[in-house]
Design a protein around this ligand. Sequence first.
Ligand code: SAM
Length: 248
Amino acid sequence: TATLYVLATPIGNVADITLRALHVLTIVDAVACEDTRNTGHLLSRFGLNKPLLAAHQHNEREVADKLVARLLSGERIALVSDAGTPAVSDPGARIVDAVRAAGLRVVPLPGASAAVTALSASGLVNDQFYFVGFLPAKAKQRESALGLLRAVSATMVFYEAPHRILDCVGALAAAFEPGRNIVFARELTKLFEEIHRCPLSEAVAWVKADPHREKGEYVVLLEGASVGGDAADAEAERILNILLAECS
Ligand code: SAM
């Protein structure tokens, strides 16, 4: 029956594809993907060859209409992104929304997700986490986004583009207490995988200590504000000072 499969692909190590994903990739009529070259390459690693449809952030709306029409004619289609779980800091949500709005079946196929992979190996308290994803690239907007996160007590999860890692860590170090733990999860599942935890005060120096560290893919995790602890006190004091200034 007509189905859109939202199918997670590996984030580095191709062996992380699931058996179910491989099965679905053999039965679908087409694969909607972020980049036809990448996905064509992945499929060929498994001896598969399927019609590919480009569905990236610039054409998602038009593609959504096309996919709905194809599904209405009874096709089965897989939706993938370049790596990891589609529609999580990746294109796909609009397509899923359109397919659901048309009353058609959407089936998720779980698999790799950089955020959850990083959390699992971090040792940070993960019973609550706050997925921030990518911070704004511009310094001002990034600062105000971080300001809003100061009181969050859950572990925070950031994605970052390789060339911006140093800027990102510098901004975190400026915005949060130096004693908070930060975890770098770099090149997960790949040859040069590195998972490093340190106080935020040492984070910039850690990135700078090895030129390789300014490259590669990163998930950055930041320990949340300690409830009722220093951060909460500091925030209360900050607000009190604003109120006192208003009164005088
Ligand atoms: N949808 C994908 C997911 O949930 O795994 C994420 C796609 S997002 C466009 C790409 C970002 O995910 C990268 O900039 C990086 O922050 C993170 N990422 C992806 N693969 C990674 C890996 N192997 N190691 C560390 N971070 C990774």
